[in-house]
Design a protein around this ligand. Sequence first.
Ligand code: SAH
Length: 220
Amino acid sequence: MINPLHRGIGMTSERTRKRLIKRLREKGIQDLNVLNAMRATPRHIFVDEALASRAYEDTALPIGHGQTISQPYIVARMTELLVEAGPLDTVLEIGTGSGYQTAVLSRLVKRIYSVERIESLQRLARKRFQELGFRNIRLHHSDGGLGLPEYGPFDGILVTAAPEGIPRALVDQLKQGGRMVLPIGQENAQVLVRVTRTAAGYEKELLERVVFVPLLGGIL
Ligand code: SAH
């Protein structure tokens, strides 16, 4: 078997990856831990081989089932928003997809639970984590809108598909002081939000316009 790390070498060279990191800096990503995690994560492993040559462009790419691997800038930005207040122990991610965001975040936290509703995407992601030797990722096939109450509460929650509003079930699974980063709103009118759980309820910061696939109910 071809070592997956060597697949498509050349197009995925050190230089190509460095260029992406430079671009992320230019776009305002400052956290060095986040930039290092992005540099260390081989995005070409998380897309179909036919798209490997485009893996280090700063764009979303299709991963099948009408879903997309998020744009690197967005992955870096959401990760930065989640971890900038300090290291996190246990994090929940909704929407594993290709597993790319999961892999980046897993380098910066102790343990990450990631939920995906489409089983075949989850299976592919699991294979990639095994190939790459990630050990602190736990995958679940379920409807992420409900969270994973049996494993919570969490220090952080990151949602990579957009619900129309802030899901109460997820806020309830945050520790006090814990944060959730998520896109909310309908297609073409989504905004990135950071929610911080407080004693009285939660606070929210509206950050920037984004484009995500919708958070859907039920499992496939
Ligand atoms: N972070 C992923 C993004 C994938 S797109 C990546 O970079 O590859 C968003 C993912 O959320 C899709 O895989 C979609 O199937 C999943 N999703 C949508 N609604 C969901 C839900 N209710 N529960 C779990 N996953 C969901």
